[in-house]
Design a protein around this ligand. Structure first.
Ligand SMILES: [Zn+2]
Length: 89
């Protein structure tokens, strides 16, 4: 059952939080975050309860808890400010 084992290892999620990198256990209640654009220049950060379908989407960040969610949120906010400065607005 090598194939089945490969599938299981592909489903191991690691927390995207800075200095975290914890591996998700089967029963852990995690969160998914992703950034998107409502319109050009209008970035939005999404935070949703864990959903397997959302978690495998491109750009999805896997988050172990509110501590890491907050760090990623402030990272996102920093990036937005940085881009605003660079575009001179
Ligand atoms: Zn974490």
């Amino acid at each position: 059952m090598v194939a089945a084992r490969n599938i299981i290892s592909n489903l191991a999620y690691r927390c995207a939080g800075p200095n975290c990198g914890v591996l998700k256990g089967a029963s852990d209640r995690w969160w998914v975050m992703w950034a998107s654009f409502a319109e050009p220049g209008m970035p939005i950060l999404y935070l949703a309860p864990w959903d397997e379908e959302v978690a495998v989407r491109e750009g999805a960040l896997h988050v172990c808890g509110d501590g890491c969610a907050q760090k990623l949120q402030s990272q996102f906010m920093g990036n937005v400010r940085e881009n605003q400065r660079n575009s001179g607005s």
